[in-house]
Design a binder for this molecule. Structure first.
Ligand SMILES: Nc1nc2c(ncn2[C@@H]2O[C@H](COP(=O)(O)OP(=O)(O)OP(=O)(O)O)[C@@H](O)[C@H]2O)c(=O)[nH]1
Ligand SMILES: [Mg+2]
Length: 452
């Protein structure tokens, strides 16, 4: 059930732990009386503009006043669209707990996850795409993700989708107006015009849908797994890419047993780099367990970097080729690199690298970047969580627009074209959050932290 927006809610909006400054946020119709029960400063309630009031808190558990600034938005022109206050005070946990307790005694309720942003959405201060962007701005793992989240929060995508929605409404209006005059042969909108306008809409939705297919949910990094025979130089490459000695390296085959994982930043994108045990057919239990782990990592990879040592003997090469062939179809994408290329010459048509001389390492990072679609991702507009929510609606919108375009081209009745356009419109409104259910809101806002 949706929480009551008429309740006045309170939460700590700053990160947990001690700090020089913490924020307690209060929103709802009773904000002035509830805040007045703890905050003392002259005349702040009479103010008609949003401003900061220096003052102090008188709390039940403390005999001395606690210095505090009040930020108060009296006219409701606030983030939540309601009366909103923020208490800025020293980030000391016992004091903050007492503030929450005293505010609740005065009539406030503890806010649920994301409830402030949900109120902003319900008050029409932002649409669902922007509400999702708030969450992703907070969660952004790297520079690219942050830029995308800020772009969606800024409303660029929303603006174009709203424009498209307005165009569709106008087109449906023209078509349906014509239906009233079918006997009089008056044409409000030509077939060419319908086709032109549906084609433009199809282009925008197709691009978004392609984008939605490649987006990851917030917080999920792309996974790059280093694999190959024992002694291929996987751990050496792992350390070299991370520029620190995280994995054990030795000339003894079978050094790596447990997989080792670390975060690597590549071209502004942060990804998870995973070093695995070499591919082998050992019969002992440790070896079997490490092979099982290796397989699990391969299956969960977005990209496998297959390391093939340049100095393999012919027998090893044969074995290596068999193992490599067994990968095909089982993993998402594979990049073959010839490692230890300073030790032997090789004519294999693959990227040659050497961790000893540094040869080929820049090209390797560039290839990884390309294969992971980082360039596409940097350009893409739809955030991961929005993409997951919107994929089906975008698909429906696209199919309906295609049907409408086809119906117009084959001179089917205007009723049919209009029916398809109405379906596309409804799907678009779902993307924008103009049509939603409580379950959808629950799902989106339950991922937020409390206080946002
Ligand atoms: N000459 C040279 N030796 C390398 C290079 N890369 C790795 N080696 C050596 O190859 C040996 C094996 O390297 P590792 O990185 O431990 O190989 P691995 O693939 O992780 O091996 P396992 O963990 O046993 O599967 C070590 O002695 C490394 O010093 C390279 O580019 N050139
Ligand atoms: Mg290793």
């Amino acid at each position: 059930m949706r929480p009551d927006p008429a309740d006045t809610i309170v939460a700590i909006a700053s990160p947990p732990g001690t700090s020089q400054r913490a924020i307690v946020r209060i929103s709802g119709p009773q904000t002035p009386t509830i805040v007045a029960s703890v905050f003392t400063a002259a005349d702040w309630q009479a103010s008609r503009i949003a401003r900061r009031w220096p003052g102090a808190l008188r709390l039940s558990a403390f005999s001395v006043p606690v210095p505090c600034d009040l930020l108060y938005w009296p006219a409701g022109r606030s983030y939540t669209g309601q009366l909103l206050a923020e208490l800025h005070l020293i980030g000391c946990e016992p004091i903050l707990e007492c503030v929450l307790q005293d505010l609740c005694t005065a009539g406030a309720r503890l806010a649920l996850r994301g409830e402030f942003t949900m109120r902003a959405f319900l008050a029409g201060r932002m649409d669902l795409l922007q509400a999702e962007a708030v969450h992703e701005v907070i969660q952004a793992a790297d520079h690219d993700e942050l830029l995308r989240a800020l772009g969606q929060l800024g409303g660029g995508l929303t603006g174009r989708l709203r424009q498209l929605r307005t165009d569709l409404i106008a087109l449906i209006g023209d078509l349906e107006a014509g239906l009233d005059f079918v006997d009089e042969d008056i044409e409000f909108v030509s077939r060419e015009e319908i086709e032109r306008r549906t084609t433009a809409a199809i282009e925008l939705i197709s691009a978004l849908l392609a984008d939605a297919g490649s987006r990851l949910p917030a917080g999920r990094r792309r996974r790059v797994v280093l694999a190959g025979l024992p002694n291929a130089g996987k751990s050496t490459l792992f350390n070299r890419l991370l520029q620190e000695n995280r994995a054990i390296v030795s000339d003894q085959a079978g050094t790596t047993r447990d997989f080792v994982s670390a975060v690597l930043t590549l071209g502004g994108m942060s990804l998870e780099l995973i070093d695995t045990a070499g591919c082998e057919a050992g019969a002992d239990s440790i070896s079997q367990q490490s092979q099982q782990q290796r397989l699990e990592q391969l299956q969960a990879a977005d990209l496998v970097v297959w390391c093939r040592a340049a100095d393999l003997s012919p027998a090893q090469r044969l074995l290596e080729q068999q193992l490599f062939a067994s990968l095909s179809g089982a993993v998402a994408a594979v990049l073959v690199v010839v490692t230890r290329s300073d030790l032997a010459s090789s004519t294999a048509a693959a990227l040659h690298i050497s961790c000893r001389t540094g040869a080929g390492l820049d090209q390797l990072q560039q290839r990884m970047d390309e294969l992971l679609g980082n360039h596409g991702a940097a350009r893409s507009e739809l955030l991961g969580s929005s993409a997951v929510r919107c994929r089906d609606s975008l698909k429906t919108a696209l199919e309906s627009l295609q049907q409408a375009g086809m119906a117009a081209a084959t001179a089917a009745g205007d009723e049919l074209v209009s029916l398809e356009l109405r379906q596309a419109l409804r799907a678009l409104q779902t993307v924008l959050g103009e049509v939603y259910t409580d379950d959808v809101l629950d799902h989106i806002f339950s991922h937020f932290c409390i206080g946002k």
